[in-house]
Design a protein around this ligand. Structure first.
Ligand code: ZN
Length: 448
């Protein structure tokens, strides 16, 4: 090596090449660094639900190679099942012989990147530790969410796979305009990365800008909202023409559209404009549900959001974010404030055959949300488990790599203490998480 370097230095001196070029030439001539050895994991599952649409298996092994599922085998196998000279020393065995194992949960509505960077890092970690191996971010700061998504995918940061929307697309003064209701802030023009727009042309432009910045899907603030302090009702804010301009701009560039929609008429306007999912849908009526069914629009009911805001209104605790009188009135007027009101839109969706997806919004885990969808909304546990894996993967457009445990798919695997088909509450007792082949939670294992 040394003689070669000296010889190259002499040659370089003769040819007049720089030291940097010399270093590059040397590395080209040096033997290639050894490829990192494959990482093998075998997970022994007492109960395995590889596909939530099919019966479970008892005593099964999942073989994981790096970030992919290599095979699923009956019984508890060891390294010899891999073959190709792979020995026990090269394989990590995970014993979940008394646990329920299934594909990683997908959360179709979160806001990981809505605060500052520290909060985003903490949120990402909390989401994945709660069993969500993929999340669809429903709007936040582009400068935070896009690099965070990329850093997680490179394995540099603890968190789930993120499908990011970037900034939500909203009208000036709308629910997603963060200057809304704040006179001082409203004197500031929207930032370059903002999704605030008015008029078809401008709305198409800000939609395309989010795609340019890296949006995986587009989030529209179709109607007013509950927790912002504005006196703008709870219904449609964009004109029909603006809604169509946004949806068309997104769909032409192969991005799906998720629409924040609270009021009954705003829900229908978004569905008619062609959005792919209605988020929240609090005031959904039978007419709106029939329209959703006809258009194949998904409903992501986010029941944790009204549960949390109602609790903050009725039983405020020290440390809660303050609630304005205006928001308090909006909350107490909602269908959710009625006895057994939480989950009302789930019942409307179920009786009209609307496809339900699972999303948590600002807090909680997919397990917490499924408990509400089952206990309050009347879904069966099995249907909720299909929704959080198969339906959510379909809605997010990632069925080819997530939603089931089968060879070739991403190694996204979770385990629970207890069987969530018998009792959905078991889905909140997450004891194992592997996301994109990275093990973040396991019995006897603690992340630093
Ligand atoms: Zn949200």
């Amino acid at each position: 090596m040394k003689t070669k370097t000296i010889a190259l230095a002499v040659a370089a001196a003769l040819l007049g090449v720089s030291g940097q070029a010399l270093a590059q030439a040397d590395s080209v001539l040096a033997p290639k660094a050894e490829k990192a050895p494959d990482r093998w994991t075998i997970i022994h599952a007492a109960t395995l639900m590889a596909d939530a649409g099919k019966p479970v298996a008892k005593d099964a092994s999942i073989i994981v190679k790096n970030d992919r599922i290599e095979a699923v085998r009956p019984g508890f196998v060891g390294a010899e099942a891999i073959g190709n000279g792979v020995t026990a020393a090269n394989v990590a065995i995970v014993e979940l012989r008394d646990k329920f194992v299934m594909a990683g949960l997908i959360d179709a509505h979160v806001h990981v990147g809505a605060g500052d960077l520290t909060a985003a890092l903490r949120n990402a970690r909390e989401k994945v530790m709660g069993g969500a191996t993929t999340v669809r971010d429903a709007g936040g700061t582009p400068e935070i969410i896009f690099p965070l998504r990329d850093a997680i995918n490179k394995g540099l940061v603890v968190g789930p796979r993120i499908l990011a929307s970037g900034a939500p697309i909203t009208t000036t003064g709308g629910h997603g305009d963060f200057r809304n209701g704040n006179f001082q802030a409203s004197l500031q023009p929207p930032a370059f990365s903002s999704g605030v727009c008015d008029g078809d042309g401008e709305c198409a432009k800000v939609t395309r800008r989010q795609i340019q910045l890296g949006a995986d899907q587009i989030k529209i603030i179709d109607t007013a909202g509950v927790v912002d302090d504005s006196y703008t009702g709870l219904d449609q804010q964009f004109t029909d023409a603006e809604l169509h301009a946004i949806v068309d701009a997104a769909h032409l560039m192969k991005r799906k559209v998720m629409a924040h929609a609270i009021g009954a008429e705003g829900i229908k306007a978004a569905v008619r404009a062609g959005v792919d999912s209605i988020e929240h849908g609090n005031y959904l009526d039978d007419e709106g549900a029939k329209l959703m069914k006809a258009h194949g629009t998904y409903l992501v009911p986010t029941l944790e959001a009204p549960t949390d805001v109602l609790r903050r209104v009725r039983n405020p605790k020290p440390g809660d974010r303050p609630i304005s009188e205006n928001t308090r009135m909006k909350v107490l007027g909602m269908p959710e404030a009625q006895p057994d009101g939480i989950g009302r839109q789930v019942k409307v969706a179920l009786r009209n055959g609307v496809t339900l997806a699972v999303g948590t919004d600002f807090g909680g885990t997919p397990g917490d949300e499924m408990v509400l969808m089952v206990r309050q909304g009347g879904m069966s546990s099995a249907a909720a488990l299909r929704a959080v894996t198969l339906t959510n993967a379909e809605l997010l457009g990632i069925s080819a790599k997530a939603g089931t445990i089968e060879p070739g798919k991403s190694a996204d695997i979770v385990a629970f203490d207890g069987n969530p088909i018998d009792q959905i509450e078991a889905s909140t007792r997450v004891v194992y998480v592997m996301s994109q082949g990275h093990q973040f939670k396991a019995p006897g294992f603690q992340l630093p």
